[in-house]
Design a protein around this ligand. Sequence first.
Ligand code: FPP
Length: 250
Amino acid sequence: MNPTADDLRSRINPSAVPRHVAVIMDGNGRWAQERGLDRLEGHRVGIGSIRRLVEACRELGVEVLTLYAFSTENWKRPRREVRGLMRLLAEYLREETPRLAEHDVRLRVLGDLEGLPVSARREVRRAVQATAAGRRATLNLALNYGGRAEILRAAVTAVREAAAGRLDPASLDEQTFAGLLDTAGLPDPDLLIRTGGEIRVSNFLLWQLAYTEFWFTPVYWPDFDREHFFRAVLDYQQRRRRFGALEPGD
Ligand code: FPP
């Protein structure tokens, strides 16, 4: 018999849980199309998967969860789908903010917020403010986000700071540069999960994924549940992370 989610959960080593999990939530459109539904229905059901995952992360004590919710490339989708996604984002934030605050979770945004429609921006700012005191965990929503654009923005900031005499270019090291990225102050992801069957990073967290363990699944995002997540964490716990070094005895 297949193990249940609770069986899998009981096999997880609580002292080796990933601190930071990042997720590329792919397959909403295909999930809907295969059921003869509008693509937006896939995104709507995908919000349920977000809720389940936030809850499962809380259960395990994951400190940071980063979700790729809208990429800089997603603007190329039909206007109707983009508008629908923005509406779902606003709905999600309105409904979820009290629950996040209650569970001591801080919401943060990665990406260029200025590029979002005014109404979505307002909801995001409101949710970020309302959860700012959260200390137990961080939920990052990557919105209008692209890894290259993020690195470029940080580079522009560094150049400006140097030109203003506030930064010595000779002292610019990886740690200082990381502090200029949208993820400033957060640990790099330990585990990246991508659903939907594609095996690529799609311009997500290009700097931060340097030593991250990747876990890919063909499961479409709306079907991703607690059991899949626990499998990903168990797989992660089997990996030997050497960060470029040798293991003792090698
Ligand atoms: C990819 O599915 C998913 C997205 C473009 C965004 C993820 C969005 C949600 C889970 C719902 C909205 C939630 C928020 C918080 C904005 P896809 O459409 O690329 O799927 P496909 O590859 O099957 O077409």
